[in-house]
Design a protein around this ligand. Structure first.
Ligand code: UTP
Length: 298
């Protein structure tokens, strides 16, 4: 079997994606008491279906869902498939962090590079899911291309965030000048949830990665980090220290990452997809403008 797959229509040879969806979802309680956050609807479909369709549109053929106790409904959702993808599921025994969830994919990855797409993050462009309408390759395909071009150990999607929010994210520093929207760049530093003033820049990791299988050894060597969890960011930083090349790709100006595990971000995503829905958007926009004009139920 060749180590590098032939490039497909999406312009890269990566066919597998891991979708971690085993988190606790505590920030969305009480909504997530019985329903996984990944199954909450955004527009007309659950969050994780947006993720699956985005992956299919970016050249991915097989998805590994990482779930846990109480989250089998995610696997049920894909019983009849979606977007022509193949689905496999694995269970994370305890929620020990995103790095631990990725470690569950080692056998399945079969020694090849793979995508990681967080199951609770929706990407949109111009108010539409990245699958809607003809668009240039979206972030996953661009990450995979940058990864292959640079012969990297990791490629990470990033977006700019206000400095005061840096302590919520994995933060990335650029080796050269700060990249413009859409640009690829060399990553020089990675810090998970930095203390105030310690962020290496204003770029935050944005829920999509391409990783070399070298990540598994790095994860096993990485001690628990922020929050006592095994952090994927820390393992990527370890690969970078061992002289592996890590590239970043900044989201394009019209691309947005919505982390639906955060209530404010979930509500913004749901609003965006409601207002731009092909059939029901007009009604949602009409009601929104009534509310903005001060029409409140009496
Ligand atoms: P979060 O940081 O949002 O954690 O995970 P969480 O546990 O889901 O949410 P809160 O903090 O309790 O509200 C980011 C991503 O990593 C996955 C989550 O499912 C989400 O896609 N994850 C996190 C796992 O798969 N396993 C874990 O142990 C932790």
């Amino acid at each position: 079997m060749p180590a590098v797959e032939a490039k497909g229509a999406a312009g890269h040879g990566i066919r597998r994606a891991v979708v971690p969806a085993a988190g606790l979802g505590t920030r969305l309680l009480p909504a997530t008491r019985a329903i996984p956050k990944e199954l909450l609807p955004v527009g007309d479909r659950p969050v994780i279906q947006h993720v699956a369709e985005e992956l299919a549109a970016n050249g991915i053929e097989d998805v590994l869902l990482v779930t846990r106790r109480g989250k089998d409904a995610i696997v049920d959702h894909f019983d009849t498939g979606a977007a022509g993808l193949g689905f496999t599921a694995v269970r994370q025994a305890e929620p020990r962090g995103l790095g631990d969830a990725v470690l569950c994919a080692e056998t399945w990855a079969a020694g090849r590079p793979f995508v990681v797409a967080l199951g609770d993050a929706v990407l949109s462009a111009y108010g539409q899911s990245t699958i809607a309408g003809p668009r240039p390759a979206s972030i996953v395909a661009r990450l995979a291309q940058a990864f292959e071009r640079a012969d990297a150990v990791a490629a990470i999607a990033v977006e700019a965030v206000p400095r005061e929010q840096a302590s919520r994210y994995g933060m990335v520093g650029a080796a050269g000048p700060a990249p413009a929207p859409g640009e690829a760049f060399e990553v020089s530093a990675l810090v998970e949830k930095p203390a105030p003033g310690q962020a290496p820049g204003e770029l935050a990791v944005a829920a999509r990665y391409v990783l070399s299988p070298a990540i598994f050894a790095a994860l096993r060597e990485t001690p628990p980090g922020a929050g006592g969890e095994l952090q994927l960011t820390d393992a990527i930083a370890r690969l970078a220290q061992a002289r592996g090349r890590v590239v970043g790709v900044r989201l394009a100006a019209d691309e947005r990452r919505h982390d639906v595990g955060d209530l404010g971000s979930y509500l913004r995503a749901a609003t965006e997809f409601a207002l731009t829905h092909p059939e029901h958007g007009a009604g949602a926009r009409a009601r929104a403008s009534e509310l903005l004009d001060g029409d409140r139920p009496g």
